[in-house]
Structures are given as structure tokens and as C-alpha cells.
Design a protein around this ligand. Sequence first.
Ligand SMILES: Cc1cc2nc3c(=O)[nH]c(=O)nc-3n(C[C@H](O)[C@H](O)[C@H](O)COP(=O)(O)OP(=O)(O)OC[C@H]3O[C@@H](n4cnc5c(N)ncnc54)[C@H](O)[C@@H]3O)c2cc1C
Ligand code: SF4
Length: 326
Amino acid sequence: MQSFEYRQARSPEGAIANAGEKTRFIAGGTTLVDLMKLDVERPASVIDINGLPLDRIEVSPDGGLKIGAMVRNSDLAWNANVRQRYAVLSEALLSGASPQLRNMATTGGNLLQRTRCYYFRDTNYKCNKREPGSGCSAIDGFHRIHAVLGGSEHCIATHPSDMAVAMMALEATVHTRGAKGERSIPLNDFYLLPGSTPDSENVLEPGELITHVTLPPLPQSTRSHYLKLRDRASYEFALASAAVVIRTSGGRIEFARVALGGVGTKPWRSREAEQELHGHEANERIFRAAAEAALKPAKPLRDNAFKVELAKRVIVRALENTTQTA
Ligand SMILES: Cc1cc2nc3c(=O)[nH]c(=O)nc-3n(C[C@H](O)[C@H](O)[C@H](O)COP(=O)(O)OP(=O)(O)OC[C@H]3O[C@@H](n4cnc5c(N)ncnc54)[C@H](O)[C@@H]3O)c2cc1C
Ligand code: SF4
């Protein structure tokens, strides 16, 4: 680990004022510290944002939810409002990591966690995301955990967050503050596809701070659910997961949102699946059609081809689980 300057911020303004090109904010530290120890992240300065007043969950005037960037994953998962109105988010959070990690991990940090691609985390290997232009060890190597949607010839790493997948289906907005002022960025526009620059993962400018995330209100009687498939039942990242937000009336689907985890290079919203579902009777045939549509653009490789069928099954099962309880 290289040496770095450490500061504690007392206000968002102070955090931003002291942030330079090679600064990293530290929240729970559950991603950043690991990556610094592995020499993957090498910030010149680290600004501790644990003292910032960004740890509240509030109901917004429109009936939605405002979630501070420093709200811990466990507090968000067990919040009564979240459990009652945004079950998909609570379920996604509780499916991730371990209780100890969730007690530390924050909303902002979770959105910005880095990929679990083993080559990214090991500096002995070539990796375009870590070292632009060096090559991708995964494409010609072992790529069982890698993405089948959104990859490029330069990178096929998945985004590992469960929470972000649920937030994608909830149409969350990320609010930031930086040198150029405040911004509100729909989560759908927040993450970038790898293309030829996999080191650029999102639209944040250097030194830009996430202050909070907002969720719009959901229409009455909307149901939601997160289903995650993985190699073991807990303390494991998704091989394929689905977040579903759906409202049915008289057995017919009035609206549906579907997002996928574990299979995309970013938390993956599937408009194709949503289009298949919209206006149709909720049944297994239409769920399967939605799953087929969602995975149509998939480009599997040798070791991760199983994810295509796995993702289809997780979509169907998540839709069944959500509508059967409606
Ligand atoms: C063993 C293990 C298992 C895990 N399993 C899962 C899992 O199953 N599912 C899952 O989704 N996650 C999992 N995680 C990841 C975990 O959820 C993340 O590490 C955590 O959410 C990151 O939050 P943090 O506050 O600790 O972030 P930090 O490590 O503090 O920061 C992460 C990144 O975000 C930046 N950052 C943090 N806050 C802000 C902010 N407000 N504004 C701008 N930048 C900011 C930091 O600079 C850094 O680059 C696991 C982690 C571990 C170690
Ligand atoms: S998949 Fe992406 S993160 Fe993994 S080695 Fe290739 S470039 Fe690096």
C-alpha cells in the first residue's frame, strides 16, 4: 500500500473543497480499504466522510424516500418504510455480504463498489479497468462470474451491487455535490458501459460527492421483490439476480419494471422484458417471453454461458413470486 494523506471532513463543502484528482472519499471502507491493501486503488489522499450529516432516511414531500449517502446498508434494509413500501430494496440489501459488512457499508459506497473480477483485484494480471490499455485477462481466461450483457472486447466485468439493481427497478435518482455545484442523476444514466474505457464506470467527476439518493413514490398496491441466485446461500455475490416492481389489476399487468444483477456490466434494466409484460395477463407464458426478451442481447462466452438460462429462470421465478402473493 502506498502512503496517502488522510483528512476528516466536517461538512460536504469541506469534503469537496479538499478533494483533488487523486482523492477517494472513505465511507464504510469495506471496498476501498481492501483495494488499497491489494494496491489496486492508490489514492494520494483519503477524505473520511463518516462525520457528515448524511445519515438520515426521510419521507419526501411527494411520498417518496430520501436516503442519505451515509445511511448504513443494515439501517436502510430494516427501515420500516423501506420494508413496507420498497420490499425489493430491503430484500436486495439483506441478500448482500454479511451482517457485519452491512453495518459498515453505506448507500453511497455500495453504489460505487468496484467489480469482483479476480483479475482486476490481482495486480499480477493485465486488466484494462485497473491499467487502461493493458489488456483483459478475463476474456481469454476464466470468466465464469463475468457479464453476458453490456460487455465489450475490452472488459466483461459485472457490477456486483445488489442494492443498485433494486434501485434501478425503483427508478432511483442519485444526488451529488461537486466543484461545479449540485446534480441529480437518474440511476439509469449514472453507470457507463465499459466500451473502450472500462476504467470509467460512472458519470461522477473527480471529487464529486454523492449526498443522497431519492426514490419516487410507488402507486398503491405495487408489489416488488428481489431474487438472487449464487454459489452458496449467503455471503456471496450474485451469479444472476432479478429485481421486479409490478402492479397487476384483475390478473393483468398494469406496469412492470425488471432489473438484473450478476449478468450485466452495470446494474441492468431490461426494457425489453418490461415491454413484453406490459398490458398482458400475468402467467408463466408471458413471464418466460419477458425472460427470453431480456436475454436476447446476451453475448455469452465459454465459462459464463450457463448464466443466460440462469438469468431467464431467475426472472420467471421472481415474477411468479411477486404476482402469486398479489
Ligand atoms: C466479503 C464481502 C462480501 C460482499 N458481498 C456483497 C454482496 O453479496 N452484494 C453486494 O451488493 N455487495 C457485497 N459486498 C460489497 C459491499 O456491499 C460494499 O463493499 C459496500 O457496500 C461499500 O460501501 P462502503 O461504504 O464500505 O464503501 P467504501 O469502501 O467506503 O467506498 C467505496 C467507494 O465509494 C466511494 N464513496 C463512498 N461514499 C461516497 C460518497 N458519498 N460520494 C462519493 N464517493 C463515495 C469511495 O471513494 C470508494 O471509491 C461485499 C463486500 C465484501 C468485503
Ligand atoms: S473483465 Fe474487466 S475488470 Fe476483469 S480483467 Fe478484463 S478488463 Fe479487467
